[in-house]
Design a protein around this ligand. Sequence first.
Ligand SMILES: NC(=O)c1ccc[n+]([C@@H]2O[C@H](COP(=O)([O-])OP(=O)(O)OC[C@H]3O[C@@H](n4cnc5c(N)ncnc54)[C@H](O)[C@@H]3O)[C@@H](O)[C@H]2O)c1
Ligand SMILES: [Zn+2]
Length: 375
Amino acid sequence: MDVTTFRVDLVRTVDESYPVVVGRRLDERIAQFLERHRDRRIAVVTDSTVESLAVPALAAALGDRAFDVFAFPAGEASKTRAVKERLEDAMIARGFGRDSVVVALGGGVVTDLAGFLAATFTRGVPYVSAPTTLLAAADAAVGGKTAVDTPAATNLIGAFHQPSAVFVDLDRWLTLSDRHIREGLGETVKHACLADAAFFGALEDAFVRQGMTPAQFVRDDALAELTARRNCEIKRDFVVSDVHEGNRRMGLNLGHTIGRALETAMGYEMNHGECVAVGLALQARLGERHGYVGAADVARVEALLRSIGLPYRLPAGVSVQAVMDAMLHDKKGRAGAIRFVFQKGIGGLVTFDGGAYARPVDAAEMRDFLASQAS
Ligand SMILES: NC(=O)c1ccc[n+]([C@@H]2O[C@H](COP(=O)([O-])OP(=O)(O)OC[C@H]3O[C@@H](n4cnc5c(N)ncnc54)[C@H](O)[C@@H]3O)[C@@H](O)[C@H]2O)c1
Ligand SMILES: [Zn+2]
């Protein structure tokens, strides 16, 4: 019998644009936006902590509009396929179907998990992202990456699914712990280092010169707004030019090669933002050796991190070997190769041959460098 072949011609052009709204008391805005999805049933997905902090205000704004809340225990341990499955089953049991719209109300764990759930529920429903932490606003809200963790690696199973809209309510930051605000500021300093010298200057002015505390920061309308907006805009500028992480989006990994390895080597004793802060400072110091950053700019990066209350040196006693092992076996990286992103002065990135945003760093050089930084 002859073989039959035919093509399914399917070139997709999709407009996945969405608005990002930053301000205070945004519940009414979220309710207004959901009017566009009048024909859909609202599933608010949140965690056990945010449920009591943020659902009452959203419920008041929604007024007569019916909605169901699906909450799971707060914490990274919930970001699993099993919890996603439980939420899906609960939604199905309550009669949710293709006519659903998900509201992801919470930190990065909620927006990642609820976004992934929305990506696959009846093959995909729209979702509104309402990040309630500075970290989620700074890093998770824009970009469309959704995922859950597995025992093998974090964020290993997921999908690209863009939200219909993002609402960053700065009032939500008022209940965050100082440590968690600092963690979000770690990612914020990363964005300033790689893309915006003026933003870096504004952060320096607040934290280095005025000695602002995390509690004062979240109450400072102008700086909180600037922080949320510039984080989301910088992330947007990188992702729109590289939606599926070919090259440019790699630039957002600044400070993360060492940062992630340190997180693993320390057995997750330090949080992600703290490890990124150390990674940022060390990337600047290594960059100084290569002539990408001057000594004065390295000192500015360190002074900003220090003033925020973030670490900027390898913690005492950490094993260089353990950091090296983690770096060389990064499950999401290419085994055996250390790909490194470098900032160029303050507010830019170094580009390499062919416009690449990352370059390989020899393992021996990295080991020597880390050994020289260990105390
Ligand atoms: N998708 C992406 O591009 C991306 C980017 C960066 C980080 N992430 C993910 O984000 C997660 C980390 O984000 P996170 O720190 O926001 O995690 P999280 O959602 O676990 O929030 C941290 C803690 O703060 C609590 N919380 C949330 N909002 C609060 C509020 N307004 N007041 C007081 N407490 C509040 C939560 O209940 C939780 O206990 C990780 O899973 C990470 O992988 C994703
Ligand atoms: Zn990060």
